[in-house]
Structure formats: structure tokens, C-alpha cells
Ligand binder design. Structure first.
Ligand SMILES: [Zn+2]
Length: 75
């Protein structure tokens, strides 16, 4: 995921949280879905779109468009 390097094996990986000044990997990321949850600052979401929204403070549509996943619709 953007701005994050994942550590470990298995479904849930650890990463340095980009949402607060993290010094140890507090962010848990489920690689199958992109769901994430930070044990330290409480940032959480259900997938890569939510992650991107939170990281860049975007609304859902803008985040989806930025990820190149907006299909059809109004620009
Ligand atoms: Zn955090």
C-alpha cells in the first residue's frame, strides 16, 4: 500500500502507521482486502479506498478516481 511497507507473513501484516508519528509498526493491514486498523491512533478503514481517503483527506469519489478505479460516471 502507498506509503507503507508491510512486515511479516500471513493475512494480517504490520506496518508503520502513516496517520500518526509512528516509531514501531502499530498499523495492522489485512492484505486480502486492504482493511487496516492502527493500534495506537485508532485510524481504521475497510480497504485501499478508505486508506487513500484517510491518507490524503479525500472524499470517496475523489479517492476512487485517484486510484484509477472510477468507472464511468461524471467527471
Ligand atoms: Zn496510527
Amino acid at each position: 500500500m502507498e506509503g507503507v511497507s508491510l512486515k511479516g507473513n500471513g493475512t494480517w501484516r504490520d506496518a508503520i502507521c502513516p496517520f500518526h508519528p509512528d516509531t514501531k509498526p502499530s498499523l495492522r493491514v489485512k492484505i486480502e482486502t486492504g482493511a487496516f486498523s492502527c493500534m495506537a491512533c485508532g485510524a481504521h478503514g475497510g480497504g485501499v479506498v478508505a486508506f487513500h481517503m484517510r491518507l490524503h483527506k479525500l472524499n470517496f469519489k475523489v479517492a476512487v478516481m485517484a486510484l484509477g478505479a472510477w468507472v464511468g460516471g461524471v467527471r
